[in-house]
Design a protein around this ligand. Structure first.
Ligand code: G1P
Length: 294
């Protein structure tokens, strides 16, 4: 049995420039999809997959993420006084237990690889997961739970992949897959944000990873890659010289909430699954489409 994965890293230091001015004072990870902040979905997905320690790599203006995962004493006391049991139970269920969260700051916007590297002392010498909260995964079981299932069988390092439109390869890390190994696939090529003409496939890394701690040896080198940033993909390529990195094809829908269209689509997709609002929303959408052209 491979060593269990109990710790997950959430890189949440990004400036959210694509959502300005909404993200001037509110971190993009706190933008709601229906009525839950994006970061809550990623934490829920990690908990479902058995994660017990949640490490957030944050930056300035991100302290409300820490508040979000804390107890709000006054709020909870008021809800209790008013007998709002359902709301209280929800807040309690969303909150990791005391001592299960750790926050550290990235300090510099030096890339995703750098953000993960900032968690090295907290993670230590154990396998760990990385979840990019911008990428919202809709499935049961969740994406990380699907990966854990594969990890228990094949161990090593794993990334989750989905298919993108062929003209979107320059937005993601793209992989080429080889033979199947149980529920996973060998990765035969991996390149960060290639132009469509240079892309080895349309399978993109969708923001969920399981790594062995040796990844940090390669992140320690601080090599700059695409965009002058320290890229996680480059460290993965280095790691693949000494350890297997395999891909799991994600069975579910991926919403790229880093883009406005993806974020809005996620809101509709999640709202349409909510019995309390789905019917009303469907009726509103029909009216909107009728008056704005379908
Ligand atoms: C990062 C990764 C990329 C991955 C993407 C998923 O890119 O570098 O390989 O496909 O996340 O969202 P970023 O979105 O940080 O530019």
């Amino acid at each position: 049995m491979p060593e269990p994965v109990r710790t997950a890293v959430f890189p949440v230091a990004g400036l959210g420039t694509r959502f300005l001015p909404a993200t001037k004072a509110v971190p993009k990870e706190m933008l709601p999809v229906v009525d839950r902040p994006l970061i809550q979905y990623a934490v829920d997905e990690a908990r479902e997959a058995g994660i017990e320690h949640f490490v957030f790599v944050t930056g300035r203006n991100k302290s409300v993420i820490e508040d979000h995962f804390d107890i709000q004493i006054e709020l909870e006391a008021t809800l209790r006084e008013r007998g709002k049991k359902a709301e209280l139970a929800k807040l309690e269920a969303d909150r990791p237990p005391p001592g299960a969260t750790t926050f550290t700051r990235q300090q510099l916007p030096a890339g995703l690889g750098h953000a993960v590297w900032c968690a090295r002392a907290i993670v230590g010498n154990q396998p760990f997961a990385v979840l990019l909260p911008d990428m919202l995964m809709q499935s049961a079981p969740g994406c990380l739970a699907q990966m854990m299932n594969a990890y228990h069988q094949v161990g090593g390092n794993l990334v989750s992949v989905s298919e993108c439109e062929p003209d979107q390869t320059d937005q993601y890390g793209i992989v080429a897959l080889g033979d199947a190994v149980g529920p996973a696939f060998r990765i035969t090529g991996m390149v960060e944000k290639p132009k469509p003409a240079d892309a080895p496939s349309n399978l993109y890394i969708n923001g969920r990873y399981i790594f062995q701690p040796e990844l940090f040896v390669h992140l320690d080198r601080h090599e700059r890659g695409a965009g002058g940033e320290i890229q996680l993909t480059d460290a993965m390529l280095r790691l693949s010289e000494t350890q297997p990195i395999m891909a799991v094809r994600y069975d579910g829908r991926t919403f790229d909430c880093g883009s406005k269209a993806g974020f809005l689509a996620a809101n509709f997709a999640y709202a349409l699954k909510r019995p309390d609002i789905a019917d009303d929303l469907r009726a509103e959408l029909k009216k909107l489409l009728a008056t704005n052209g379908a």
